[in-house]
Design a protein around this ligand. Sequence first.
Ligand SMILES: [Zn+2]
Length: 197
Amino acid sequence: MSRPVEKLIQAFAKLPGVGEKTATRFVFFLLRADKQIAGDLGEALKELHEKIKLCSICCNITDRDPCRTCSDPRREAHLLCVVEEPSDVTAIEKTGSYRGWYHVLHGAISPLDGIGPDDLKIRELLERLKDARAKEIILATNANVEGDATSLYLTQLLRPLGLRLSRLSLGLPVGSELEYIDPSTLARALEDRREIR
Ligand SMILES: [Zn+2]
């Protein structure tokens, strides 16, 4: 196979869920399809790291700093929802039932993968809580081992601050990740959140 084709197949094959076979299909599709499609894809990929950065307040990905959520005065500043990934913010926003703020950790504690608290945006969380108006922290980590470990760690860390700490209600399937939960179930888990005592 010619070098550019091979190179693009290898690049696609590195994406999660895309094997060599699918990567090859992508490349041959792009070769056959309108040149504009490949052009748009190339442009979008080029801009991704140039234009996307982390919000200096919530650590979510954004093309402007502070992000739209952090600069929206209508958000309820007394509520702060801590999530693992930017995709979790998207999932919660889709429920339409949460109007508070967010903090994105960019991962979860996972000793097996060598990920500890220092690898997450926890320092940034503590920093913003110094002068934040937050009264309640909702620990919305995933309902799996790593999410539970992260939530437990944060509970111990944040308890001395005297804020109300809560977790999403039970009823989420064990082992589930927020981004795959349907919006109505997630909305209920948020509304029925329970205080951690
Ligand atoms: Zn933000």
